[in-house]
Design a binder for this molecule. Structure first.
Ligand code: N01
Length: 502
């Protein structure tokens, strides 16, 4: 392919979700010249792509939003996807980010040039960009995973992934199969059950589901958030510390404390479902928190268990053997005739770190390194021997209990500190030492060994084929934020000024 004349900002940002927009705003403030490359035609990332019925955030938006851009009039404590997407569009407009976003630019490959000490970034449609810094805000949950079921191609009905919802398909009166029981399925099932003629939920592993109901935020409270100084900040802090103390601390330090949540989960099943067989099917055999804790309650048609208790619903626990042209055959030989199949089967998470082909110093392929050694980063954002690359929401910086936006903001501050450190020393680049990266990862992995994700007795997408968790942070968000507050220069090699040693 012939590439068009390269564009040269100081920093290139990939993606315009919470990470990319947040980085852009920080760069704007610091007068760091930047461009955002966005594969689609709008901002929003996950909140643009996931439009399935019932889609909402399961972390309250007063917390799941930028600390510097608080919105006082969220309609609900857990607002729907459209409201979060609107919030991100409003933020992009307010900070005039659109003029700095190149839409329809899907980054394919980024190569560090050892001679010029710059990134050469190529997009799928033939544009080249050259920059000193590269910041990936591509996220970890954006490559839909559809299992390679036998006979899938034979199925003649509509089929789509939860993150690629086909709104042209009217589910009214249809027999619908939903495959999966994660955070997406649990929101989809109650949102569609009233419409469909039959709902078959194909469950491999039941989820722990806590009693829950979403609250509308009264206009008086919205008004107070807007007009009473410090009120919304205090509410946000309460939400943050509530998630840290009641979920994050037990998950990471004292999984035994989660027994209380387990009792709550069992009670939620008992109060919602009368049929003992259905109760048995839906009761997990692993500890609460080992997989993401989900929220849903009793009311039919509005909540997960309520929807599954309806006569038109069926929870199928036998494995899927194969698809036919009009249905699914399970391992017990039973044929389930359906019109539509929804894959709520999650994402390629560890693959997301390889989403852009990255070549660091001496043309080293970062993906090949991950294949050979496993996925690992320094402090969740940088990689030894890969200069000036920052991966927001990178390896071991995911969460199972609190707002990712807080993690992202602390990573962005870290990126700015790194860029300033390079600049102030008259250098051109930095990367972490292998010693620092290895020591950091040894500690994270050691700590992860004591968390519920490791001791809870489940299998989850947090773990790779090596049995290592390259996805989650090992402690509370507070701990991460503290650790990221300072850029410890002895953990990095800075270079590029002249012929300084590397
Ligand atoms: O995906 P998942 P998700 N045959 O990977 C099943 C975020 N999120 O889209 O548990 C049969 O959790 C699989 O079974 P098992 C959030 O971070 C946030 O629901 O592996 N089933 C599982 O039940 C979340 O954690 C919100 O045995 C198969 C399901 O598919 C993440 O996105 C809302 C299968 C996949 O669950 C992903 O959630 C929604 C197979 N071959 C999502 N393969 C918020 O509110 C997989 N499954 C913020």
């Amino acid at each position: 392919m012939v590439y068009r004349n390269p564009v040269h900002p100081t920093a290139l940002i990939i993606g315009s979700g919470f990470s990319g927009l947040g980085a852009a705003i920080a760069f704007q403030k610091e007068k760091i010249d930047y461009l955002i490359l966005e594969k689609k035609n709008d901002v929003g990332g996950t909140w643009r792509d996931n439009t399935y019925p019932g889609c909402a955030c399961d972390i309250p938006s007063h917390l799941y939003s930028y600390s510097f851009e608080q919105k006082s009039d969220w309609s609900k404590l857990w607002p729907p996807q459209a409201e979060i997407q609107q919030y991100l569009q409003d933020v992009a407009k307010k900070y005039r980010l659109h003029q700095k976003i190149r839409y329809g630019q899907e980054v394919e490959e980024a190569r560090w040039d050892d001679q010029t000490l710059q990134w050469r970034v190529r997009t799928k449609n033939g544009q080249e960009y050259v920059s000193q810094y590269l910041i990936s805000g591509a996220g970890a949950l954006h490559i839909p995973s559809i299992p390679d079921f036998k006979g899938l191609g034979d199925f003649q009905g509509a089929k789509f992934h939860s993150a690629e919802w086909n709104h042209d398909v009217d589910l009214t009166g249809k027999r619908v199969a939903v495959i999966g029981t994660g955070a997406s399925a649990i929101q989809i099932v109650p949102a569609i059950v009233d419409k469909v003629a039959e709902l078959k939920l194909f469950q491999r592993t039941p989820a722990w589901v806590m009693p829950w109901s979403n609250w509308n935020v009264p206009s008086s409270v919205q008004w107070s958030f807007a007009h009473v100084p410090g009120l919304q900040y205090t509410f946000r802090e309460l939400l943050f510390w509530g998630h840290e103390l009641f979920i994050g601390y037990p998950m990471t330090k004292h999984p035994d404390l989660l027994k209380v949540a387990e009792r709550l989960g069992r009670w939620n099943i008992r109060r919602s479902i009368d049929d003992p067989e259905l109760r048995r099917k839906l009761t997990p055999k692993y500890s609460v928190g080992c997989k993401r804790i989900l929220k849903g309650g009793k009311k039919p048609g509005a909540n997960y268990y309520g929807a599954l208790a309806l006569p038109k619903s069926d929870v199928v626990v036998e494995n899927i053997d194969r698809f036919t042209e009009n249905g699914i055959i399970t391992s017990d030989g039973v044929f389930h005739e359906v019109d539509v199949v929804v894959f709520a089967t999650g994402f390629h998470v560890t693959d997301s770190y390889r989403y852009v082909k990255i070549f660091g110093q001496n043309h080293e392929d970062l993906g090949a390194r991950f294949d050979a050694q496993g996925v690992a980063a320094h402090r969740g954002v940088m990689f030894a021997d890969v200069p000036n690359l920052f991966m927001l929401m990178g390896p071991n910086s995911g969460l199972g209990h609190n707002s990712m936006v807080t993690m992202i903001e602390s990573q962005i501050k870290f990126v700015v500190k790194a860029i300033k450190a390079v600049d102030q020393r008259g250098e051109r680049a930095l990367f972490p030492t292998w010693g620092a990266q290895n020591a950091y990862n040894d500690e994270v992995q050691e700590k992860l060994g004591h968390t519920v994700w490791s001791t809870g007795g489940c299998s989850s997408w947090y773990y790779d084929e090596r049995g290592k968790n390259p996805v989650l942070w090992s402690g509370t968000v507070w701990r991460y934020v503290q650790a990221m507050r300072k850029l410890r220069l002895n953990e990095f090699i800075l270079f590029g000024q002249s012929s300084k040693e590397r």
